[in-house]
Design a protein around this ligand. Structure first.
Ligand SMILES: C[S@@+](CC[C@H](N)C(=O)[O-])C[C@H]1O[C@@H](n2cnc3c(N)ncnc32)[C@H](O)[C@@H]1O
Length: 193
């Protein structure tokens, strides 16, 4: 897809409207999607992926095409216009136009119980700190239900997630070379302490 595609222009317009919430003016590259799949933890036959901050679906596409995941994906995206793009690209998926800060309020508990992996590309460095806290606390509750893991894509290795503050530990942080360079971070609940 050309970087001047209609979809990328729409994405850039959303960034102009709300730069801190979008974090970037272009969707993540296919290289990031491939790296995400290559580093995806094992998922059971009934397990779900919860993707937070799906944007226009740059990562969703890779999750969606993965046979093992078999379309068991829930997408959370705060921007209504980006949700419309997601709906048109992935009509079978559950796409929720809400903030990832209040997940337990609007996702059925039985479904949350099936979430085994959370995929995030929320720009924690640029959004409000209290929202970051609410999102991560919500994710930690879900990870606790099912020994879940969280994969988070960031633009710097210094994510604003001090894992120990949330009872998590970082399993890895892998650079994804490109312009801009991105990082794939993986977290799980720390049961050692
Ligand atoms: C860096 S973009 C990544 C978009 C997409 N995942 C991609 O791969 O290109 C971050 C996305 O997070 C969304 N976002 C920011 N804050 C959010 C929140 N509190 N809840 C849900 N989505 C949020 C933004 O609207 C934006 O679409």
């Amino acid at each position: 897809m050309s970087i001047f595609s209609k979809e990328n222009i729409k994405f850039a317009k959303r960034w102009i409207k709300n730069p801190s919430r979008m974090g970037t003016f272009l969707p993540l590259s296919p290289k990031v999607g491939k790296k995400l799949i290559d580093n995806m933890p094992e998922i059971s036959d009934n397990g779900y992926i919860l993707e937070i901050g799906s944007g226009s679906g740059a990562l969703t596409k890779f999750l969606y095409q993965n046979e093992k995941i078999n379309k068991r994906i829930i997408c959370i995206e705060i921007d209504k216009e980006l949700c419309n793009i997601l709906h048109s690209k992935f009509p079978e998926l559950s796409i929720i136009n809400q903030s990832a800060a209040e997940l337990e309020r609007y996702i059925d508990h039985d479904l949350l119980n099936k979430v085994e992996i959370i995929v995030s590309s929320i720009p924690f460095l640029s959004i409000n700190k209290s929202i970051t806290n609410a999102i991560i606390n919500s994710c930690v509750k879900i990870m606790n239900l099912n020994h879940g893991k969280m994969l988070h894509v960031s633009y710097t290795p210094f994510v604003r997630i001090k894992s120990s503050n949330y009872g998590m530990k970082k399993i890895f942080c892998k650079p994804i070379w490109g312009v801009p360079i991105t990082y794939l971070n993986c977290y799980e609940i720390n049961n050692d302490s």
